[in-house]
Design a protein around this ligand. Structure first.
Ligand SMILES: Nc1ncnc2c1ncn2[C@@H]1O[C@H](COP(=O)(O)OP(=O)(O)OP(=O)(O)O)[C@@H](O)[C@H]1O
Ligand SMILES: [Mg+2]
Length: 417
């Protein structure tokens, strides 16, 4: 509970070790100034040497074995108490004032280890007081008893207070860590927001000239439409390619504008089936080039529903593009529609590898991508479009392999009759 670090002693353990040593050094130093009985003078030198050796060894063990400092402290508690016992004995047993050192030791250990070890230290110290009363000059037993009682109270009370204080400190540290993490997330979100604003502005600026190019390309297509000869055939091919690229660019700029919420849906009664069929026809050539079977499975009974055609088309486009991007040659994508209660469901199922479990938690986060050239906006935009229509976007991995993404759209929009 006091967070010892793995490689070296933490500050609390260091303070504890020093205070314990000071307690005993104080006791031994006091021994030099109090009058000793002649038979005990003999023991003074070995006691001093033993004390110095013991403390030096203790510090060595602590340095080498920092991660186990608690166990080392606990194991040497008895040795410290025994040393105080010797001091008490040498200075008169029950009559000696050195029993006060027991109070210091109990207080220090209760503070460091908590009430249980505090009580244990008090019990051991009390037993040693009783022993000292037998082997040294005896004090009245009532005195010994009251000292033992006070030792127990001290161990329990101080241990309890320290444990509470430590728990409060741990909680404060935890809150501090959470705050730091939240600040880091906020900083990242601000960065992303700035990137988003910049891309939206770019997309906005690029969209107008793109519209003009689109018109020019349409006019050029008219001009070369009926021309004869190989040069004209080639010109028609080139014009078609330019138009495809311009459309792709326009779709991309739209994507950014929706991502930046620069555009709200304008729902009208539309056929989701037509939209799906249209999009599949549009993507069929690129699916064929990739060797992927792109299929339609429409529910003919699906009624018209309120939707912003361009936006929903873009959402479905993102899903189909994701499937195509995950599929190898020979894969399969099925775009289907169905009625489900008061909602229409458009599903895009593929025979790809399915969603990676590690990626699953982040799929809808803006800028999350597992692709080298992905922007990571496709799904977050599709989700936003579905939600702005009062619907939702969900996914699952199919047991037979591959993923299914489903857009649910309410059949009756807000304010509908
Ligand atoms: N059909 C799918 N099968 C497996 N994983 C998918 C599928 N669709 C999406 N994912 C995973 O979700 C991630 C996020 O998709 P999202 O469409 O948001 O971004 P992206 O496709 O990586 O980039 P882009 O902005 O170009 O669409 C993908 O990188 C991919 O790991
Ligand atoms: Mg995508």
């Amino acid at each position: 509970m006091n967070g010892l670090r793995a490689d070296r002693l933490d500050a609390e353990a260091q303070v504890f070790a020093v205070l314990r040593t000071l307690t005993l050094v104080g006791g031994v130093a006091a021994l030099l100034i109090v009058p000793l009985r002649p038979e005990h003078q003999l023991h003074l030198a070995p006691l001093l040497v033993g004390f110095v050796v013991y403390k030096a060894l203790l510090y060595l063990v602590l340095l080498l074995w920092a991660p186990r400092a608690r166990e080392v402290f606990l194991a040497t508690l008895a040795a410290d108490l025994a040393l105080v016992f010797l001091l008490v004995w040498f200075t008169g047993g029950g009559e000696s004032h050195f029993y006060l050192l027991f109070f210091l030791l109990v207080a220090l250990n209760a503070h460091y280890f908590g009430p249980a070890v505090g009580a244990l230290a008090a019990a051991l110290a009390s037993a040693l007081l009783v022993l000292a009363n037998f082997v040294g000059l005896p004090a009245p037993w009532a005195h010994v008893g009251s000292r033992a009682l006070l030792l127990g109270l001290l161990g329990l009370a101080l241990g309890h207070v320290a444990a509470r204080e430590r728990a409060a400190r741990a909680q404060a540290e935890e809150l501090h860590r959470e705050k730091e993490a939240a600040m880091a997330r906020l900083a990242r979100a601000e960065q992303l927001a700035a990137v988003g604003r910049l891309s939206a502005k770019m997309a906005h600026e690029v969209r107008n000239p793109l519209g003009a190019i689109n018109l020019d390309v349409d006019m050029l297509a008219e001009i070369v439409r009926d021309g004869q000869g190989p040069a004209m055939t080639e010109a028609r091919d080139i014009v078609r390619e330019i138009r495809d690229e311009v459309r792709a660019l326009a779709a991309l700029t739209d994507e950014y504008l929706v991502a930046a919420r620069l555009r709200r849906p304008k729902p009208e009664k539309e056929s989701l089936n037509d939209l799906a069929a249209d999009l599949v026809a549009f993507l069929q050539p690129s699916a064929e080039r990739q060797g992927v079977a792109l299929e339609l499975r429409l529910d003919p009974g699906l009624p018209l529903l309120p939707l912003d055609r361009a936006m929903v088309r873009q959402a479905v486009h993102n899903l189909v593009r994701n499937s195509l991007e995950m599929l190898p040659h020979g894969g399969r994508v099925v775009v289907g529609t169905r009625c489900d209660g008061d909602a229409a469901v458009l599903s895009v199922a593929d025979s790809g590898p399915g969603v990676d479990p590690v990626a699953a938690a982040h799929l809808f986060e803006p800028f999350f991508t597992t692709k080298a050239r992905g922007t990571g906006l496709g799904l977050s935009i599709a989700l936003q479009i579905a939600r702005e229509h009062g619907g939702d976007l969900s996914w699952r991995n199919r047991t037979e392999g591959g993923a299914v993404f489903e857009i649910r759209l309410p059949l009756r929009g807000a304010g509908d009759d």
